[in-house]
Design a protein around this ligand. Structure first.
Ligand SMILES: [Cu+2]
Length: 159
């Protein structure tokens, strides 16, 4: 009985070992791919069917400061910036229609807010009047996906 068990255990441990090696290889490949992507400024492929949208605001809404903005996401996951996991990214809130180059990482400005911690809502304080808001989902290096995953641009009025 003991003699039979040993080869089975050896086989199992060899299989585990092979998986572990393959995992290491895959991780190295992903990391190398990430370095190349970053150097060349290549966008990540958008997760299939990914979409972002505002869950608590819509065009025509009148709100008070601070304005709670909640981010909806489907067919993708949220991961902190810098964490390279296929099918994930983080939210960006564009305020009052800033000019953005979607071919490079999004800058961090007063009008382009990053939620690199993986946040799915925020409070913003805006001057009274009309404002536009738009969500752009970005990859681990703050770059827009290809194709772009962005919400519709909404216009709200702040009292
Ligand atoms: Cu970002």
């Amino acid at each position: 009985m003991r003699l039979l068990l040993i080869p089975a255990l050896l086989l199992a441990s060899t299989a585990l070992h092979a998986d572990w090696k393959q995992d290491m290889k895959d991780a190295a490949k992903t990391k190398a791919g990430g370095v190349v992507e970053q150097k060349l400024g290549l966008p990540s492929a958008a997760p299939q069917g990914a979409a972002v949208y505002f869950t608590n605001l819509k065009t025509g809404d009148t709100v008070k400061n601070p304005v709670l903005v909640q981010f909806g996401l489907k067919n993708a996951g949220v991961a902190p910036a810098g964490t390279q996991i296929v099918g994930t990214g983080h939210h960006h809130l564009l305020i009052d229609d800033p000019t953005v180059d979607l071919a490079v990482p999004l800058p961090m400005t007063e009008q382009i807010k990053h939620f690199g911690g993986g946040q799915t809502e925020t409070n913003v304080t805006l001057k009274p009047g009309k404002h536009t808001l738009q969500l752009v989902f970005g990859d681990w290096k703050h770059q827009s996906f290809n194709p772009t995953v962005a919400s519709e641009k909404i216009t709200i009025t702040v009292q």
